[in-house]
Design a protein. Sequence first.
Length: 461
Amino acid sequence: MEQTKHQDFNLIKLTWPIFLELFLFMLMGSVDTFMISSVSDDAVSGVGAANQIITMAILILSVIGNGAAIVVSQYLGARNPKEAAKVTGNAVTLNLAVGIILSTVLLIFGEPLLRMLNVTGDILVHAKVYIHIVGGGIFLQALLNALATTIRTYGFTKQTMLVSLLMNVIHVVGNYLLIFGHFGLPALGVEGAAISTISSRLICLVLFFLLLYSIMEVRVKWTYYIHLSKKYVMQILRIGIPSAFESVIYQSCQLVFTLYITYLGAEAMATRQYALNISNYIYLFSVAVSMGTSIIVGHLVGAKRPEEAYKRVFDSVKWALLVTVIIDAAVIFFRVPLMGLFTDNLEIVALGAQVILLSIFLETGRTCNLVIINSLRASGDAKFPVYMGLISMVCLSLPLGYVLVFQLNMGLAGVWLATAFDEWLRAVIMYFRWKSRAWEKHGLIKHDAAESAGPSAAPAS
């Protein structure tokens, strides 16, 4: 029996473009921070605070994007591209609707939300400008999420990487022109960075639509966008809601940690933003491996090949851990000059170097978590990580962080240690969950594939 090209993905071929794409995305954030730091440390803190809220909105959007990607991958694994196309159409419409709602919320309630985070003074001024422009255009990110995740699920990770490369080039050029006011344009500072972000996303969105229609075996018809199917919507939400809820819990905890840090002063706020920009690069490879592994697991589960999925995840964890430790060691060694790239404030540099030193505890646990949790979601087992996240993040890490920061006077280092505790606790729990193979009973299309695709849905031998 002929095997479809979508069922035998190679992890390295899938992962390296995802890694480069994520690297470019992170680079865009670092370039923003680097360029905005020339305005002031308050500007950096303001953008950082605004991005905390914008990130929450993006995570809400991932309800549909991540859920749809997993449903699509299982249909492709079962060799049913028509059903995959219908799910894609429904996902784009749902994401656009949610994106418009979130854009409206951030436009109207952006400032009150920032004030709830204890953001005041000049930091608030910069944060308001950024959240109104970038947050108001969050519906563009909604569509980008839906399209990019679907295209990756088809295995075209290299193409999404190339589009992201172009988006980053446009963004950097836009920053250069609008933040500093070159070639006769006004120097807009934070406002210029926000306008550049929105413009690059709009151009990228058009390219993703063109790419989607060039790679799909069965194209998305207009009726797939207009007619929402209860079956597809429920399949998307069954995975998407728990996945997004877990991420929202995590980011909510990070918002609470941000609130803690506001009481430590503006220097601590700026330090955290710079340190996070550096830390993002440490776990970048792990994120790429987790995304590539989840694509493979989704296809294998849809094709009824659980044994291969089981082994694939543990192999991925080993490779991701090895590379993370190597990258982390390099970052720790160069932590002082890396912090010096962002600021010449010696107190901020010293504080940032201290928390980056603690990243060896944080990033190793995070690596295991990323790979296994994404694989559990891809298999259909999305609720278990949420329950464990509530216990670990909300009930344990937040109180621990409060004690470390305020009672033991560990300051910013206390936040890093509390987060590391959470990551390692969940990593151990997720390891045993995957090892138990309880996820095998959570496949999404046990009956749908057989009913709609007929005999050809059986996996090739």
